[in-house]
Unconditional design. Structure first.
Length: 507
């Protein structure tokens, strides 16, 4: 099976798994809201982001290990793969202990960021420690999942993960409805997390029976540690971008506002997860290509992936911007709506998040860890400065403005690095290509919102459906009109029809 076929299989399985995950995520948040209330939604969302920052103890180990697995897997060097995985296992066990210890320590300072809630300090600390324990427990067995990602066999993980996620969700529903106790719910989540990761690990082991305990040579360890030193700042920047918004909102605006934003974050998170499935489905194949292919083939592939991600961004972000207010109203009520300017910057950030994926992947599989570190320092500092200053004057809008600044700087600088060091040619054409679709999104959002303002049936769910259709028709119609002669459109159309023909012949 070739790189393209493996990537497509990973994406298909990933999408199927993600649909289930989206449904489970939506109902889980609804379940907590209905059984326990908005304060628990706020507390849960805030603490998960704080613990995400503690996960910096991972230091980018996963990305570095995947990068170091590409070549030995491609060359079927089983001994080297075993050496790397043994090293990875030991490292992740240490990381789990560090996260748990840090969680206990940080719990002392929880009152500094939690405001406007009715819980006691002791209860807040207990909940935080349990959330930290849930994250730490995921590192005990999950390390072996990395090998299927690097080997373009993520469909193995996706299949079993989906099955176990459904069973886990049913148990959580029963526990929450029966006990109506958040602490018991979190304890059950930790237990289920351990069981699921252990079970999936055993399934993975059957596909790699040659794995055994082996000592990684000192020079290879030094190479990995050197890469980690360079990538750790990038990881810190990523956490600042993705995992500090709720903390700043809670500390400078209101913890209850974290709960309101979490409903929008549920929607954007679902969309992000869909696009991440595409990235994870093709990244291992991209790593193989960048390790063995020509520069022209690498650039051509990045352009194809960029076109695909830009189209996805146009579709998802236009639909989100036009219809999300009606959806939130139908789901949790108008009292939980955010202002339009906040929704606008959230949609813009979502667009940036999706379109940046191909160039981020190119940086990662090229091994540009030093350059990534330097870019991340600049972007993370800018993010914090802008977020804190503008949050003081404009509230929650200022927090997300800082996130936009980070995305903008990262995209511009990473394009420069990839084109200068990998493709060795001017990057202006790629910048203009990205700018064109950004302008296109602005036009679609403006037109769609203008039309959507005339939709008012007094039934939010109906308004949502109508606006969703408007967003879909606008975005898909624009993509067809603008790109129907594009070589990238033709490539993916031929690829899709080719797969359909092959499937029909096998049938």
């Amino acid at each position: 099976m070739g790189r393209t076929e493996k990537s497509i299989k990973n994406i298909i399985f990933g999408f199927a798994s993600q649909i289930v995950t989206v449904i489970i995520g939506f109902f889980s948040k609804t379940l907590i809201l209905d059984t326990l209330g908005i304060e628990y939604v706020s507390l849960n969302g805030l603490f998960h982001e704080v613990v995400a920052v503690l996960s910096l103890a991972e230091l980018g180990m996963g990305s570095v290990i995947v990068y170091n697995l590409y070549r030995p897997l491609a060359e079927n060097d089983q001994e080297k793969v075993s050496q790397i995985m043994t090293f990875y296992k030991r490292a992740y066990h240490i990381i789990a202990a560090v996260i748990m210890s840090a969680g206990v320590l940080v719990s002392i300072f929880i009152p500094l960021i939690v405001h406007d809630l009715s819980f006691t300090t002791g209860y807040e600390r207990l909940v935080f420690i349990l959330v930290a324990a849930g994250t730490a427990s995921s590192y005990l067995f999950s390390y072996k999942i990395t090998i299927v990602n690097a080997d373009q066999k993520e469909y193995i993980y996706s299949f079993w993960s989906t099955i176990f996620s459904v069973l886990s969700f049913l148990i959580k529903v029963a526990v929450l409805y029966y006990f109506k106790n958040f602490v018991i719910y979190l304890c059950v989540c930790i237990g289920l997390n351990l069981i699921i990761n252990y079970s999936i690990t055993k399934r993975v082991e059957k596909h790699y029976p040659y794995l055994h305990t082996a000592q990684l040579p000192k020079e290879d360890k030094n190479t990995i540690f050197d890469n980690i030193k360079n990538i750790v700042i990038k990881q810190i920047s990523g956490k600042i971008t993705s995992s500090t918004d709720n903390m700043i909102i809670s500390a400078m605006v209101s913890t209850l506002m974290v709960g309101k934003y979490s409903f929008y974050a549920t929607i954007t998170g679902m969309i992000m997860s869909f696009t991440e499935r595409i990235e994870s489905g093709v990244k291992s194949g991209l790593g193989n290509l960048f390790a063995t292919g020509s520069t022209d083939d690498c650039e051509r592939t990045i352009y194809r992936l960029t076109w695909l991600h830009n189209c996805l961004a146009l579709f998802f972000c236009t639909c989100f911007f036009i219809s999300c207010q009606s959806f939130i109203t139908a789901w949790v009520g108008a009292k939980n709506l955010l202002e339009l300017n906040v929704v606008t910057i959230v949609a813009v950030n979502l667009f940036c998040y999706i379109v940046c994926k191909p160039i981020y992947a190119a940086m990662s599989v090229s091994g540009f860890f030093v350059e990534g570190r330097n870019i991340s320092i600049i972007a993370s500092v800018a993010n914090l400065i802008v977020s804190v200053i503008f949050a003081y004057y404009t509230g929650i809008f200022g927090v997300f403005l800082g996130t936009f600044v980070t995305y903008f700087l990262q995209i511009v600088f990473k394009i420069h690095v990839v084109y200068k060091k990998k493709f060795k040619k001017p990057e202006l054409g790629y910048h203009l290509y990205m700018l064109k679709d950004a302008v296109l999104f602005g036009i679609l959002a403006f037109v769609g919102n203008y039309i959507g303002n005339y939709i008012d049936t007094s039934m939010p769910i109906v308004d949502f459906l109508i606006k969703g259709v408007i967003g879909a028709v606008l975005s898909l119609g624009t993509i067809l009109i603008v790109y129907h002669k594009s070589p990238y459109y033709v490539y993916f159309k031929n690829l899709a029809f080719g797969l359909i023909r092959r499937k029909s012949k096998k049938g």
